[in-house]
Design a protein around this ligand. Sequence first.
Ligand SMILES: [Zn+2]
Length: 187
Amino acid sequence: MIRHISYVLDECLETRTPRVACLLLFHGVLFGRRPETAGNRKREKGINMYQLNTHASFDSAHFLAGYEGKCRNLHGHRWKLSVTIQKEKVEEQGQTRGMVVDFGELKDKVKEIADEFDHALIVEKDTLKTKTIEALREEDFRIIEVKFRPTAENFARYFYDRIKQDGYDVSYVEVYETPNNCAIYGE
Ligand SMILES: [Zn+2]
């Protein structure tokens, strides 16, 4: 479940303000606050947490099928994927003594995921005709079909799940479509 999404709106997302505002109200979340993640709730209760953040970016194209506005047209972004992980204690033994995790490994993981989506056209499955997809592939264009509408919110949730599956204690994931716009997902 999406617990928190916060936005600084402009450009492409500007036309989506009313819907996003409704979403925020529905979840009872205020603008300008960090996500209500487990780590942040623990800190509010006086339990200290370490947090690590790393980010990577990728350039890719997408469109929002069925959207009444300019985002329905094919366009590109430099997406920034920012991942924050958390732990109450640092490792006490071994090579990672004094660390939350091996930062190099975390950076490599985030970069690996970002590289997967780099220089591609990201398409929600079944929103383009099969013959269109085939024609694009015949031209050797790189197409990535995803099972979700490729919004920043859905990407934030998708990347959160991917990194959590790799065993990291993810606090929240931020996905920027532009330097000033981001969606945040945390649990
Ligand atoms: Zn876009």
